[in-house]
Design a binder for this molecule. Structure first.
Ligand code: SF4
Ligand code: SF4
Length: 487
């Protein structure tokens, strides 16, 4: 991977042959102090590209955006199907209602995401960056809008170089208007995952949205507009931490986008259909650089700026087709395969190496365990809180009473009745009606009084259990441990 260039070098390689050429400490300090804090990046005008990988990227753009923009509009049981209600501390995902006590599922999801990232990166490098990362997806959409309004690469370059006239102003205004509208819609959709989107839409239209909803719509919209419209590849190059640590997950058998220098060099232009003589297959047309969204030349080797989008593969394949050469001068390959001229079968055998098999096995084990835990999840949660104000007291008949507060959480959306019982001590009885009804997706705090006859129990702390069971379904049951105190 090409090293990141350092603005001031004072190592040996920077020195000219004579020691006298070394800068004095003062001169070196002055050079550092005179460095600009920000070097303006040259604007990149990626050229449109078509091909197999571009089609895959667009398929993922459609899939991810249909899910994102459509998700909050879906209905389920008279409510929004996907809603992360932070105020009520409940997450609704279709038929499931998650409570703060379900944080284990979030943990499992994060572990699966992290392991998937490790696995896919070890197999084929920056697959996530190239095809599914929101920065890639929104940049692709914003670029598509830019091309529809301003034209492809050469027209955009000409437009930017030209003076600001009525046509340029109109084109730029139209582009930014569409970008801003899309960005605001994106912000609105994002907020719609946290507050019911239909009432939110009404509030926004009547300019009655609350300050937090307004702030987050504008903030997320501004971030989308800035990142996908203006920052683009700079987010990947300078802001995203993934680009920095990805190399730790690569090895010589990771599929990366590579230029086959042995086949392509020496590069050089030639007329179509003419004998290439001593030249390699690269016609030095520069298409691979023009289509690159980060503006790099893949022929210089793997670079940290490369997001693995494969646009250069599609671009070069089109050139190879026109020239009548075989495709794949730029292709997915591995360092090992290139160095040892491995065939594709030998290369793929090495891609699925032991490390990948271990990652895959662990990932599938966690996915199955998580899916089973979700499937077997009991739609009832119980928290028992001992009443500290009345730890143990003597009541009528000389009985010892302990008071508890039991929180019953019904995680299904239909109301349900639950029966409470307790065991663990001789003569342990629950005072009053043991059946309580809890509304759907609601919690109810109920006071529970337990009594024992002191003659049958020694003073001290005694472990007991409190059982809660749905009246209509014995499978919905939870047993919680607690303590009964006798003085
Ligand atoms: S070098 Fe190729 S794969 Fe890498 S970012 Fe540029 S176009 Fe995409
Ligand atoms: S697109 Fe292919 S032929 Fe053209 S410069 Fe790039 S590598 Fe060479």
């Amino acid at each position: 991977m090409r090293p990141v260039p350092t603005p001031v070098r004072n190592d040996e390689s920077a020195a000219s042959p004579g020691a006298s050429a070394l800068p004095t400490p003062e001169a070196a300090n002055a050079a550092v102090m005179n460095q600009p804090l920000y070097v303006a990046a040259a604007k990149i005008y990626p050229r449109a590209v078509h091909g197999w990988f571009a089609a895959w990227r667009w398929a993922l753009v459609w899939a991810t955006q249909l899910v994102f923009y459509g998700g909050p509009w879906l209905r389920w049981n008279e409510r929004q199907a996907v809603l992360f209600d932070i105020a009520q501390r409940k997450f609704y995902i279709f038929g499931l209602v998650f409570w703060p006590q379900d944080v284990i599922y979030l943990t499992i999801l994060l572990v699966i995401s992290a392991l998937s990232l490790f696995l896919f990166t070890a197999v084929a490098g920056r697959l996530w960056c190239g095809y599914a990362c929101p920065q890639t997806v929104y940049t692709e959409i914003f670029l598509w809008i830019e091309r529809r309004i301003e034209g492809d690469r050469n027209q955009r370059i000409r437009l930017d170089r030209g003076d600001l006239g009525a046509k340029k102003f109109a084109l730029k205004a139209a582009k930014h208007a569409v970008w801003i509208a899309l960005a605001l819609w994106t912000g609105f959709t994002f907020v719609g995952y946290f507050t019911p989107i239909r009432p939110l839409g009404g509030d926004v239209l009547s300019l009655e949205a609350g300050p937090w909803a307004t702030f987050w719509i504008l903030f997320y919209g501004f971030a989308t507009y800035g990142n996908a419209g203006w920052m683009r590849e700079q987010v990947c190059k300078y802001m995203c931490p993934y680009a920095r640590f990805q190399s730790a997950m690569f090895d010589r058998d990771t599929l990366i986008i590579t230029y086959d220098g042995a086949r392509g060099e020496p590069r050089g232009g030639r007329a179509r259909g003419r004998d290439k003589g001593s030249l390699g297959d690269c016609v030095d047309c520069g298409i691979c650089v023009q289509v690159c969204p980060t503006g790099i030349d893949i022929r210089e080797g793997l670079q940290y700026e490369c997001i693995g989008c494969a646009a250069c593969i599609d671009g070069c394949d089109q050139v190879m087709d026109k020239m009548g050469y075989p495709r794949g001068l730029i292709r997915y390959s591995t360092q090992h395969a290139l160095d040892n001229k491995l065939g594709s079968r030998a290369m793929w055998r090495r891609v699925f190496r032991p490390r990948i098999l271990v990652y895959s096995a662990v990932l599938w084990a966690i996915i199955f365990a998580g899916a089973y835990a979700l499937y077997a999840r009991v739609p009832l949660k119980v928290d028992i809180i001992r009443d500290r104000a009345a730890i143990a007291r003597e009541v009528e008949g000389g009985l010892i009473e302990n008071v508890y507060r039991v929180q019953l959480m019904n995680t299904q959306e239909t109301a349900r009745r639950f029966r409470l019982s307790a065991e663990g001590l001789p003569s342990l009885t629950l005072v009053g009606d043991p059946v309580y009804e809890v509304d759907g997706a609601s919690a109810r705090l109920v006071p529970v009084k337990l009594r024992v006859a002191p003659a049958q129990v020694k003073p001290g702390k005694h472990p007991i259990t409190i059982d809660v069971q749905a009246v209509d379904d014995a499978a919905i049951a939870v047993r919680e441990k607690s303590i009964f105190i006798v003085r």
